[in-house]
Design a binder for this molecule. Structure first.
Ligand code: ADP
Length: 629
């Protein structure tokens, strides 16, 4: 092929610029990234050769080599994995996967150079970390199943070139021409320390080789060198096969970073093994915070699967329910055939059993965590929203999940949440149902007039302010044998039976007295409301709007409309507080004065719940007039 020179795509150029100018001290991570890529390439070759035997006809010892030449100041990392052809080089090393491009640039702009190593991992551009320590990088590679070798070369500033190359073996070599001030990485001890620190668990031997052996090397030096170069620098023991007590937290953390590219490290590490019906080993992690794509429909999710030490694939979603999609990790089972494909996994009984065991394990870890107060709150703040989905989609685990949910209530301070059990424990003596109110923001919920009566009767109210909460109410009908009741809907009664009876009578009486007024209001607001009646839920506010029992809340309607859904206007009920002086006053007015006062009363009910008034201009005019009076 002709030698081609290309410019990097804008986002890569931008990133490379930061790489060079980065003052980041941990330039050493370049080695982890390149070794990690080498290991992935071998994983892929090994997996593909299960079905395409001739891909591994050379029957190699799968391995990685770090060859160092102090004389020329270079380091070469070689693997005998899958390799790349010219197109692969172009696509893999000249661009960032297009889906991530925009997000990457945005994050780069927002976070700047300090966050670079973290971003490099997150966006799968680890290869470019090489430029932290090298001013020139050359990749020479031959793809398994093809016969031509190619070379990719770049000094960063002038774009990159792709051309033909010579190479006998399959696989890839990354040659780094080290920067003047980065030569420390050409030392055996430095390299082997880095391998132990970051890549000990890599499943293939990583060996060191000295290229520029001095001609006059002493015999005993040669012997010592040959001995240490024959041995792998890593122990290669899969972490999930080791006992927890033998593994340091740091080792788990490094493995987590290798797996997820999340440089923050894990929040919780969960090693466990399944015994009995299906035998497997698993190493699961709960991250500290949600990844950027947790709420994207196309996001990758699931666990990595190994069968008898062979990597089958990552993002195997059949291993996790959707509502645990924030969990990362590895499952290794010997009860599956080696030649499984993703399609076969779909309805494999072994996979289903592993999924069930994994689900149960994570739930029990969360149940333990629940006893740890603030630490649980940290978890729930990050992933509560995802966990909640389980109540809706997973009837088998819904009861366990419900016990893990926390909500703010009318009584809690802002930012605090309570478990449903605690809510139930604190229920008023006469209270039969669990009350909730739906609103977009906690502040709005706390101010809602519908809370007044509940408060007066000593009943607390859950505040459903997470967008999924309302959607959840469809399936979240009860907890601990108690109904969940929306206090802003239908007919809600508080207090003992005697109190309810007395209140009902008082209401009927008030309604009788106000009948003429109520009829007038009904007529005036005919287009806006379905009915006007005397309220049982207000103490301090003059009026409020309530939905019929099975109607959507105003925030849900707004959300659906924002998503371009066609939601018909459903008229609601205007409830008047018969004992309120303002209501009495308006009832005593006549003519236009009364009509204007009714308009204001209705508008204030809309404003109180965060809805816009129907006619803003008229509203301001009436308020202005009122103020003048
Ligand atoms: P990531 O590894 O996260 O995808 P990188 O920038 O590190 O991102 O690498 C980009 C791509 O280049 C990889 O996905 C892989 O397809 C290819 N690649 C990198 N190193 C190797 C290698 N040693 N052998 C084969 N392919 C490689």
């Amino acid at each position: 092929m002709e030698k081609k020179t290309n410019q990097f795509k804008a986002e890569i150029a931008e990133m490379l610029d930061l790489v060079v100018n980065s003052l980041y001290s941990k330039k050493e991570i370049f080695l982890r990234e390149l070794v990690s890529n080498a290991s992935d390439a071998i994983d892929r070759a090994k997996y593909l050769s299960l079905t395409q035997k001739d891909l591994a006809a050379d029957n190699p010892e799968w391995s990685i080599e770090v060859a160092v030449d102090k004389t020329s100041g270079t380091m070469m990392i070689t693997d005998n994995g899958i390799g790349m052809d010219a197109d692969d080089l172009e696509n893999n090393l000249g661009t960032i996967a297009s889906s991530g491009t925009k997000a990457f640039r945005k994050a780069l702009k927002e976070k700047g150079g300090e966050a670079l190593p973290e971003l490099i991992g997150q966006f799968g551009v680890g290869f470019y970390a090489a430029f932290m320590v090298a001013d020139k990088v050359r990749v020479v590679t031959k793809k398994r199943g093809t016969s031509a070798a190619f070379q990719w070369e770049s000094d960063m500033t002038g774009g990159y070139t792709i051309s033909d190359a010579e190479r006998a073996d399959y696989g890839t070599s990354i040659m780094l021409h080290m920067r003047e001030d980065q030569k420390e990485y050409l030392d055996y001890w430095r390299v082997s320390d880095l391998v132990k620190k970051y890549s000990d668990f890599i499943a293939y031997p990583i060996r060191f080789r000295t290229v520029d052996v001095p001609a006059d090397e002493k015999d005993e030096d040669r012997k010592r060198r040959e001995e240490r170069e024959a041995k792998p620098m890593n122990t290669m023991v899969a972490l999930w096969k080791r006992n927890r007590k033998d593994v340091k937290d740091d080792e788990y953390a490094e493995f987590y970073k290798h797996l997820t590219h999340d440089y923050d490290g894990p929040f919780e590490t969960i090693p466990f093994s399944g015994e009995g019906a299906v035998e497997f080993k698993a190493l699961l992690f709960i991250p500290k915070k949600p990844s950027m794509e947790l709420f994207m429909p196309q996001q990758k999710r699931g666990l990595s699967l190994y069968v008898r030490n062979v990597f089958i694939g990552d993002d195997i979603e059949m291993l996790l329910p959707t509502w645990l999609r924030f969990v990362k990790g590895v499952v290794d089972s010997s009860d599956l055939p080696l030649n499984v494909s993703r399609e076969m996994l779909q309805d494999d009984a072994v996979i289903a059993k592993i999924k069930s065991a994994v689900t149960s394990k994570v739930l029990s870890v969360l149940e333990d965590l629940k006893k740890k107060g603030e630490r649980y709150d940290e978890f729930f703040g990050a992933f509560g929203t995802v966990l909640k989905e389980g109540v809706h989609v997973d009837w088998e685990h819904a009861d366990r999940i419900k016990k893990l949910l926390k909500y703010p209530t009318a009584r809690t301070d802002a930012g605090k949440r309570v478990f449903l059990e605690d809510y139930v424990k604190d229920m008023a003596p006469d209270q039969k149902d669990i009350y909730y109110i739906v609103a977009e923001r906690e502040d709005d919920a706390r101010r809602a007039p519908q809370l007044e009566k509940a408060r007066k009767h000593g009943c607390d109210v859950l505040l459903f302010c997470d967008p999924v909460d309302e959607y959840l109410t469809e399936s979240f009908r009860e907890f601990d044998g108690k109904r969940l009741v929306d206090i802003a809907k239908g007919d809600v009664q508080f207090g003992s039976e005697a109190e309810q009876k007395a209140e009902k009578e008082a209401n009927e009486k008030a309604a009788g007295e106000l009948k003429g007024f109520i009829d007038t209001v009904k007529k005036q607001l005919e287009k806006e409301v379905a009915d006007v009646r005397v309220s049982t839920r207000l103490t301090d506010s003059p009026c409020c709007l309530v939905a019929k029992e099975y109607a959507m809340s105003p925030s849900m309607v707004r959300m659906m409309r924002a998503m371009k859904q066609d939601v018909p206007d459903e008229k609601r009920i205007l409830e008047l507080n018969a004992g309120h002086p303002l209501v009495k006053k308006v009832a005593s007015l006549t003519g236009d004065a009364q009509a204007d006062a009714v308009t204001l009363l209705y508008d204030s009910a809309l404003i109180a719940e965060g809805s816009p008034v129907a006619d803003g201009a008229k509203f301001s005019k009436l308020v202005a007039e009122l103020m003048l009076k």
